[in-house]
Write a protein that binds this ligand. Structure first.
Ligand SMILES: Cc1ncc(COP(=O)(O)O)c(C=O)c1O
Length: 419
């Protein structure tokens, strides 16, 4: 299988960004998230450069920060000149604390409370409304510019839970109501600045984006024409996947850029939309493969049917396998060249669904080994919980010498807010 360049076997152990995973586990304890700062930059530049090379206008890469909101990760992307896609007041606040100016933050909430709307407006982020009544509340909160999230009738994604467009999606304003939404916004004294859609997540085939972009441009054209709107940006959303499984082909970014920008440009011309900024919102693509989750083997258990390697990271630490049935590749960082056996990798949570991997071929696992779960940088720590009263894990950033970017919680932290 192809391993990303920043993860390799070195001197008999697995290493990330040149640092031995077994040593990192020893130094910082487990479970531990370890992120390569260089890889974050590389991923960001790869997709930005590809799209910029194709598009003659401005390109805004809004990092969908729900994937990973650690301030150290956000700061890397801030310095790169990125923008932010935030879905909560907490994410807006995180982006501001990481140094993003409010004009680089687009807030796309859903089921937005009035309090949250007011908080976002007070912080100066642009609001991308998700419903007709969101426009009224934005105006009441003193908002100025607005954009509308359109549900474009087409959806795609790696799991039903991740399809965010189409007839069954809770998100956005149905495309037939788009013109009405912009007219209403203008009547309320708001200034239309953009239009947005997002069809789903984990998409590896560039062709899947094309009909959605075409639809977006058609809707944008109708809005421009019938509601007399000139867009500063048109946002095609996120959803770019990564190859979690060995043998999956990564998205060809040049092909993606070429196809998406062609559909975008054709739409601009056909519908006389001028040259707005092309905005996009990759989340997982920027951060997923930057991070390994290191976990230590506490027991190896044989049953008549399976061999389970019991580890100290479970769905409290990495939820995706239990929640979506997602595949995350597991390395034996202590014994990468050992004889391959078949294992279930079982977490410590008291639930039978707490398996990070099932019936998986992994080099021989011994008690005390350090395992490395790949592609844990997106929706990893961000979805971690204290379920079973287990404190949250630590996070390390490698930018030069490895250092903590989040301390491990203690048992005392579990009780901090109880009264
Ligand atoms: C509005 C919006 N933008 C961006 C994303 C990021 O998706 P991904 O991490 O798959 O790129 C999502 C995820 O559902 C989303 O809803």
């Amino acid at each position: 299988m192809t391993v990303p360049g920043h993860v390799e076997v070195r001197d008999g152990n697995l290493a990330i960004a040149g640092h031995d995973c077994v040593d990192l586990a020893e130094e910082f304890g487990t479970p531990l998230y370890v992120t390569s700062a260089d890889r974050v930059r590389e991923n960001y530049r790869r997709i930005r450069d590809a799209v910029e090379a194709e598009y003659g206008g401005g390109v805004r890469v809004h990092y969908a920060c729900k994937a990973n909101t650690n301030l150290s990760v956000l700061r890397i992307l801030e310095k790169e000149g990125g923008h932010i896609d935030a879905v909560s007041l907490g994410e807006v606040e995180s982006a501001l604390r990481a140094g993003f100016s409010p004009d680089r933050i687009l807030y796309t909430g859903t089921a937005v409370s009035t309090e949250e709307m007011e908080g976002v407006v007070a912080r100066g982020a642009t609001v991308n409304v998700d419903s007709m009544d969101g426009l009224e509340r934005l105006a009441e909160a003193g908002g100025e510019g607005f954009s509308v999230r359109i549900n474009p009738e087409v959806g795609a994604g790696h799991h039903d839970h991740c399809i965010t467009g189409g007839p069954d999606s809770k998100f956005g304003v149905w495309e037939d109501d788009a013109v009405e939404a912009y007219k209403t916004g203008k009547e309320l004294g708001l200034e239309p600045v953009g239009i947005h859609m997002h069809i789903g997540s984990g998409i590896l085939d560039a062709d899947r984006f094309v009909p959605a972009v075409e639809k977006m441009m058609e809707v944008a054209g109708r809005v421009a024409d019938e509601a007399d709107v000139e867009f500063e940006f048109i946002d095609i959303g996120g959803g770019v996947g990564i190859p979690y499984r060995p043998g999956e082909t990564p998205l060809d970014v040049e092909d993606f850029a070429e196809k998406v920008v062609t559909a975008f440009d054709d739409g601009l011309e056909e519908h006389s939309l001028g040259k707005p900024a092309l905005a996009m919102e990759p989340g997982r693509y920027l951060v997923a493969d930057t991070t390994l989750l290191l976990t230590r083997v506490s027991t190896v258990k044989e049953t008549p049917f399976h061999t389970f390697a019991g580890v100290d990271a479970g769905f409290n630490t990495l939820l995706r396998p239990a929640m979506y049935g997602s595949y995350h590749h597991v390395f034996n960082a202590s014994n990468p060249d050992g004889e391959v056996g078949e294992y279930g990798v079982a977490g410590p949570v008291c639930e039978s669904g707490d398996l990070l991997a099932r019936d998986r071929e992994i080099p021989e696992i011994r008690r005390g080994d350090t395992l490395a779960v790949r592609d844990a940088g997106a929706y990893g720590f961000a979805m971690a919980s204290r379920y079973n009263s287990r404190p949250l894990p630590a996070e390390v950033l490698i930018a030069g010498e490895p250092r903590l970017m989040r301390e491990r919680e203690s048992l005392d932290d579990l009780f901090e807010r109880q009264v």
